[in-house]
Design a protein around this ligand. Sequence first.
Ligand code: GLU
Ligand code: MG
Length: 451
Amino acid sequence: MMRNLPAGQAEQVHRTGSGNDPGAALLISLIDCAGVTRGKTVPLARAPSAAASGLGASPSWALFCVDNAIAWIPSITPVGDHRLRADMNAALRLDERLTWAPAEVWEQEGGRAFWCARSLLRAQMVALAAEGIDVKSAGEIEFVLLPNGEAGETGWQAYGVGPLLDQEGFVTEVIESFERLGLGLEQFHSEYGDGQYELSLAPADPVAAMDKIALSRILLGRIARRHGCRVSLSPLPFAGGTGNGAHIHFSFTRNGEPLLAEGSGPHGITPEGGAMMGGIICHLPEMVGLLAPSILSPARLQPGRWAGAFACWGRENREAALRYCAANPGNPGGAHLEIKCVDPSANPYIAAATILAMARAGLEAGLALPPEVEADPAALSAEEREARQILPLGGDPQAILKRLEESPLARRWLDPQMLAALLAVRWHELERYGGQPLEDVTSALRFAWSV
Ligand code: GLU
Ligand code: MG
């Protein structure tokens, strides 16, 4: 069963798994290399077979693009078969008709297929655990809710109660269903941009936390449809509008002791915590193509958008890619990092795994915590930023992909085929939409990452 489920629901999931209810269906989903949610359904009675031998998927699924083109790489052809295996231990019964389970991707003969993002994240978690470090993670979802799929009237109030009441039926159904499913909804509010809302989820182990993000996207899509709306999870739903982030929070402990608090460094950050933060900051410029990877991502990843457009950290600094949130009575959950540059076009499992891989590289190299950036990095002069080695993360999308292509760390932690697939689907986006006016690209891709 999904971790953190109240006991009653755990039993419900178990009953679900027995397949006694012939009326029920099982939805098995994954998020692909282009950040798109794809999946299959089977009668619930077939859950044991979906878990054991899985459902067929051509290896070309690894290369599906936002427009459903296939960005072929030399090692993948139309010949072959992968298996989508339902992880019934993480299954959740959504209602009496539909059960959901995340899929892992297997080779026919056994062993994970190269593009199984969920198992890549688990491997990073296990590697940190082998070094004695426990990691907790939590996701946020920003989205734009569009009645009839259109932009609404203006008059939006950022964080306003009015927009919550405008969509009261949607809002209360989301809260009710997230609570019923035990997803640990922490808050749900109207955001800054027109039509934009945000919800945040409670911390869990990173795989469970990203499962919750994957399921939340499905639930939001499902509930929005019932209210005549569509959800946009595009990094930039409208040219000139506000971006959608997909911030991920992390905290680290060793033997139950926090690594981001109660230590000898600034704000109590321990040397190990500092090394992990140093690793993330130092590798972000080459890895941002896995965190904000789409053709629309650089348009969001700009100063003044609270998107964390610079590779640096600062306490409660919303313009830094790493916002350090100290432990205090206002943050009783303890010190943690919010990685703000991530957007919803990224595969969330790959984004979280990338962040952990960068943190581990920092630990391995024994990096020191870089100096804190206490101001808005965009307010510093270009010379000052250069002197302090504060690098911008946005910019030319081709340059972002080139840096990823040439990144020694990406080659080290990612299977070469997986890196090739992740790059191929994004090069396709640049070829297909590059050079078009931003209005056209935002409109073509407004629902590309929606469920
Ligand atoms: N919408 C902003 C983004 O694109 C984030 C705003 C916030 O800090 O919540 O990341
Ligand atoms: Mg927000």
